[in-house]
Design a protein around this ligand. Structure first.
Ligand SMILES: NC(=O)c1ccc[n+]([C@@H]2O[C@H](COP(=O)([O-])OP(=O)(O)OC[C@H]3O[C@@H](n4cnc5c(N)ncnc54)[C@H](O)[C@@H]3O)[C@@H](O)[C@H]2O)c1
Ligand SMILES: [Zn+2]
Length: 358
């Protein structure tokens, strides 16, 4: 088990281990008293692992946005308390970002905090969400509005999990990784340009991309774990992307929505004279590999604007977004969501059936 990444956090140092076998790691690194919170779909693809969990304390959850809501977490907490779960016991999450958020949030509030471990099973969770401490759950229609910062003690990445993911989940993970590369600078953009096809095809470049994304994010977490300032740049593509996820009722996977969101942020940056149209085209040539062949289902632009206006990063009536002055030169700014901007966004999505050659 190699350990190339250690992250300093307010709860101490935690490590990302790249492992060969989740089954072996489960046997060596978990305790009899641990309680597992498991993605029911993910585990159904791995019968040996499912078998190993049969004799353990475990709760199986069908991942959905409803499942990571305040009301859905109550019965989980009730079950843990009924089982006599104590502060010295640990939770172990096996799943994607949804199971992660459920577990991390629960761990953070139970007895003022219990330790948890994480086996991420989606590309998005492996390349991004597994580090960074954020624990966000939904409250009614309010997405990711409750939570805090509560990192796991250890993270075990087994890339064998990725083999059973639907293709759009791979695209989503690659889209998420692109946002780290574009924020970080020219060298990482070149890496993306050279190897994105191979990464999308799940070739060896995927591992390079994954490690690189975690390194970029880790360096930032150590500067600004609580997202007070510098870490805000990673919201690049996210306000616009989240609104798309929301307006389409999550029919567009997160990293794919973020890829559209980055292109929209770039388009607005061109409009403001912050970047040249050529740069937008260069970035779009990479971004569109993520959404290639994918059509955004019809959605109501009013839902989109409402979601944009509801973003938890906003202050007052302006929306807070990250635009760009160049690769690696992201800038937080306020935009008035006025008729001009609404018209611009409508035009952007009006041509949303992007031609592959565009
Ligand atoms: N806390 C954070 O820092 C953070 C960061 C980004 C996203 N998130 C949250 O993560 C969630 C999205 O997470 P995600 O993209 O990892 O998806 P997910 O956890 O919702 O999983 C997506 C789908 O894939 C299935 N699945 C998971 N692993 C599988 C596997 N190995 N094989 C086959 N199917 C598998 C799941 O059952 C689900 O149907 C969102 O709720 C988002 O808000 C949290
Ligand atoms: Zn993201």
């Amino acid at each position: 088990m190699s350990s190339p990444l250690a992250i300093q956090s307010y709860r101490g140092t935690y490590r990302v281990h790249f492992i060969e076998s989740a089954l072996a790691t489960l046997a060596s690194q978990t305790r009899e008293s641990d309680h597992f919170i498991v993605d029911a779909t993910a585990i159904s693809h791995f019968p040996e692992l499912a078998h190993a969990l049969q004799d353990r304390h475990a709760t199986f959850i069908a991942a959905s946005e409803e499942a990571k809501s305040f009301s859905a977490i109550e019965p989980l907490i009730a079950r843990l308390l009924d089982l006599g779960f104590t502060k010295s016991q640990r939770l172990v999450a096996i799943g994607g970002g949804t199971i992660q958020d459920i577990t991390a949030f629960t761990a953070s509030i139970l007895f003022r905090g219990v330790d948890w471990l994480f086996f991420p099973t989606t590309l998005l969770a492996q390349c991004d969400s597994c580090i960074g401490s954020k624990t966000s759950i939904n409250f009614g229609v309010f997405k990711n509005q409750l939570g805090g910062f509560f990192p796991p003690r250890e993270i075990f990445i087994d890339q064998a999990f990725l083999a059973t993911l639907p293709e759009h989940e791979i695209r989503s993970g690659v889209g998420e990784m692109l946002h780290y590369f574009l924020v970080n600078g020219e060298e990482d953009l070149k890496l993306a340009e050279a190897h994105i096809d191979e990464a999308l095809a799940m070739g060896p470049a995927l591992q390079t991309f994954l490690l690189r994304s975690l390194q970029i994010k880790a360096a930032m977490i150590e500067r600004d774990e609580f997202d007070q300032g510098p870490r805000n740049v990673f919201n690049y593509g996210h306000s616009f992307g989240h609104a798309l996820e929301s307006a389409t009722r999550y029919a567009v996977a997160h990293g794919i929505a973020v890829s559209f969101g980055m292109d929209l942020a770039n388009a607005i940056s061109v409009e403001r004279g912050w970047i040249a149209p050529d740069l937008r085209q260069r970035l779009r040539a990479v971004l569109q590999k993520v959404w290639q062949d994918f059509e955004i289902p019809p959605f109501d632009l009013q839902d989109y604007f409402a979601a944009l206006a509801r973003d938890k990063k906003n202050e007052g009536r302006d929306i807070k977004v990250i635009l760009t002055r160049g690769v690696g030169a992201m800038l937080k700014t306020s935009l008035d969501l006025n008729d001009d901007l609404r018209g611009f966004i409508a035009d952007f999505f009006g041509q949303r059936r992007y031609a592959k050659s565009a």
